[in-house]
Design a protein around this ligand. Structure first.
Ligand SMILES: [Zn+2]
Ligand SMILES: [Zn+2]
Length: 199
């Protein structure tokens, strides 16, 4: 995550423009420069290639530490190079984070502290970052506007995903806004009432 003027969400490589390759660190470095912020840490929500595939290279280029996801995702991070071959997306490396995250940990995003929730289902070690005062959650691929994370990949668990959303996210309140890994964000209240996968 970056700190400085404004806020830049770099919770996953998927936040950057996708240019037909996984090695997106030039795009991220350009975005950081454009926003006039300083990169302080690289936070990983989960171990899929579109969220963690460029992290090792970004760490090497910037010297900034990689934090997260939950250790249960080591099975995915150990296979990033294989995911790279399977999806014909060259250029990624396996990732060993500098530290793992667990439920109840705190991460710093800009000037604010966010609590870590472990929300398995889409990935076994998926984490979500929450600030209740700001009413803002960074949910990665757990929840989308009108949809939920896919559970047809290896190591997914559909029931666990539904449980994470109903028992960890929604109790935070309808007013919570969320930023997600793909597409526009929204509010928990709107999803609770209208999301066809959850009603
Ligand atoms: Zn994912
Ligand atoms: Zn994704």
């Amino acid at each position: 995550m970056a700190r400085g003027r404004g806020r830049v969400n770099l919770g996953g490589a998927a936040q950057a423009r996708y240019q037909g390759r996984v090695s997106m660190e030039p795009v991220i470095i350009e975005a950081i420069a454009k926003a006039g912020v300083t990169l302080r840490s690289i936070l990983i929500t989960h171990g899929h290639i579109d969220h963690a595939g460029g992290a090792d290279e970004l760490r090497e280029k910037t010297g900034v530490k990689v934090t997260g996801p939950h250790q249960a995702d080591h099975v995915l991070l150990d296979k990033l190079e294989r995911q790279s071959r399977d999806y014909s997306l060259p250029g990624t490396r396996n990732l060993v984070p500098d530290s793992w995250l667990a439920e109840g940990d705190t991460v710093r995003i800009g000037a604010d502290d966010f609590s870590v929730l472990h929300c398995p289902g889409h990935a076994p070690g998926h984490v979500v970052f929450v600030n209740t005062a700001l009413k803002l959650a960074v949910v990665g691929d757990v929840l989308f506007r009108g949809s939920i994370g896919r559970t047809d990949f290896p190591y997914c668990d559909h029931e666990a995903l539904i449980d994470s959303i109903h028992n960890k996210l929604f109790p935070l309140g309808d007013e919570m806004q969320f930023i997600c890994g793909h597409g526009p964000g929204g509010s928990f209240g709107q999803e609770r009432l209208t999301n066809p996968f959850l009603t």
